[in-house]
Every structure is written in C-alpha cells, then in structure tokens.
Write a protein that binds this ligand. Structure first.
Ligand SMILES: Nc1ncnc2c1ncn2[C@@H]1O[C@H](COP(=O)(O)OP(=O)(O)OP(=O)(O)O)[C@@H](O)[C@H]1O
Ligand SMILES: [Mg+2]
Length: 283
C-alpha cells in the first residue's frame, strides 16, 4: 500500500460518540487501498459500517484515528477538502435526495458549476457524462418524471461530470426495481471498463460482487476478508458468520447439486452457468 494509490485507508477508525467515556466504533482499524482502474466491491451486513466508510472516503467524515489519503492528500486537512471531493465522488442510495435541479442537464451541471469550471467546459462535460450513463437523449427531461434507475444514472452523471478518478457508490441499486438495478449496474461497469474510472461499489446484493476485481467483506466495523470474488464466495462459513449469502447463481448450482446434478462448485456468474449447462447438454 502506498499513499500514492488513488484512495487509501490507513488504519482508520471512526466513532459517532468519540467524546463518550466508552465510545463505540462504526469503523475500526480499517486499512485498504483502491488502485487506479480497480473495481472493488464492499459487502457487509446491515450496520457493519459501509455508509460510514463511504463518507470517510471523500472528507464528509474525518477519521477519529488513522488517515484517509486521496491521491496522496490527507483528507483531514481543510485545504484538501475540495481537491479530495474532485477526485472521489460519492453516490448515495436514494436518488431523490441527490437530484437538485428540475431539468436533467441542469442537474448534471450543478457539480462542475460548484467547482467553478468554465461554462464551455461544463457543456462538454455534461454531454459526455450523460452519454456515459445512457441518459443523453433525456437531457431536457424533467427530473421528477424519471424512474428511480434513470434518476440514479443522472446522479452518477453529476459525479462523472466532476471528472473524479474514483467513484464510491453506497448501495446505489437498493431502492430500484430489477430493470433499474441492471441499468445502473451496467452503467457502473462501463464507467470502470471503458472510461477507466476506479469504482468502489458498496452493496448487499451478492450478484453485484461477482464481476469485481476484489471483494472486501466488513463485519462489525472491521475488515473480515479481502480477495477475488471466487476466493470470497468459496468461504461459505465466513460469509454465514457475517450474515451474507451466496450470489443467486451459486445458490442455484447448490440446488442442482442437491438434486444429484453434478455441476461444478465454482460457478459464480450467469455466463459461467449457461456455458456449463450448454457443455453438459451437448454431452
Ligand atoms: N449518525 C449516526 N449516529 C450514531 N451512530 C450511527 C450514525 N450513523 C450510523 N451509526 C451507527 O454506526 C454503525 C455503522 O453504520 P453504517 O450506517 O455505516 O452501516 P451500514 O453498513 O451502512 O448499514 P446499512 O446496511 O443499514 O446501510 C451502526 O452501528 C450504526 O447504528
Ligand atoms: Mg449504509
């Protein structure tokens, strides 16, 4: 781990009641870093500290002890607040709380306007950001007419327009229907793969973790496990102890095996399952 990584948590603890005699910690002794271009998924049960981590990542919260660095900048220094927020954007769960303007393109322009970006440059960035999330055709639409998934994609565009190196999304699909979830997830994957933006996706949907470069499991404020999705999802006891399940595809494979169908036990994605079924039915 180097402080020059895009986002670094160095032994970070955070307490909401640090002045109490016996403070409790929402985040405890957490160290990890996000590399350039990485897709990191954070999994954790309710109350494990995920949203607190998100808010620590761009100076909304400052660690009680330890340090968070963004591009080498210490988030606890007041002079770093704006450059930190330019580099790490956070998208929250409820799209309605993140939309500030009545027209889509005005909403996306809001972030760069606050950063005093040149108006001509803002025009370019807004169009680019709306194209990146598949909402360019709706740029003149009224925001209140959009579906939850569309609103969430506009919120993501608002972050992208600030050109961050890293985007942290705190359960961005939790309030969406399956179509909205799929659209938002595909958008996030494309931003990572095609635009090289580092992604930290916080979720409690296990299926969303299977495409990650790395998965980090947090349990009761601490990191419990870090690894590739396949390594994490093979640790079934650990997941159970943390109150987490298996991805739907892996659950389906378990059921098939229960019925005596000897399917491989390392399948995680739908694509892998389909390939396995085709292989078996081809004899
Ligand atoms: N504003 C607050 N004041 C006091 N305690 C808080 C506050 N926000 C969160 N907590 C506590 O900190 C711990 C971690 O909360 P956090 O919201 O970070 O968890 P989470 O993993 O995001 O949970 P969820 O799955 O419900 O979103 C919990 O015990 C929670 O009750
Ligand atoms: Mg949360």
């Amino acid at each position: 781990m180097s402080t020059q990584d895009l986002l670094v948590f160095d032994n970070v603890s955070f307490s909401y009641n640090e002045d109490d005699e016996n403070p409790s910690f929402a985040v405890k002794d957490v160290s990890f870093s996000v590399r350039k271009g990485e897709f990191l998924v954070i999994l954790g049960h309710n109350g494990s500290g995920k949203s607190t981590l998100a808010k620590l990542s761009n100076a909304i919260f400052i660690p009680t002890t330890g340090k968070v660095f963004v591009n080498g900048m210490d988030t606890s220094l007041p002079e770093n607040e704006i450059p930190v927020r330019k580099n790490v954007g956070v998208v929250f769960q409820n799209p309605d709380n993140q939309i500030v303007s009545s027209i889509v393109e005005e909403d996306v322009a809001f972030g760069p306007e606050n950063l005093a970006v040149d108006p001509k440059e803002i025009r370019i960035r807004v169009d680019e950001a709306l194209k990146a999330v598949g909402m360019y055709e709706r740029r003149f639409s009224e925001t209140h007419r959009l579906s939850g998934g569309q609103k969430q994609r506009v919120a993501i565009a608002g972050i992208i327009a600030m050109r961050p190196g890293c985007i942290v999304l705190d359960e961005p699909t939790a309030m969406l229907d399956p179509k909205g979830r799929a659209d938002v997830l595909n958008t996030i994957r494309a931003l990572n793969k095609d635009h090289g933006i580092s992604v930290v996706l916080i979720t409690h949907f296990m299926e969303e973790a299977v495409y990650a470069d790395r998965v980090l499991v947090i349990d009761q404020a601490r990191i419990r496990a870090v690894g590739k999705p396949r390594e994490i999802f093979s640790q079934r006891e650990m997941l159970k102890e943390c109150g987490l399940e298996l991805p739907d595809t892996a659950k389906l494979c378990d059921k098939l095996r229960d019925r005596g169908i000897g399917i491989r036990d390392d399948i995680l994605t739908e694509e892998e399952l389909i390939a396995e079924i085709i292989k078996r039915s081809g004899k």
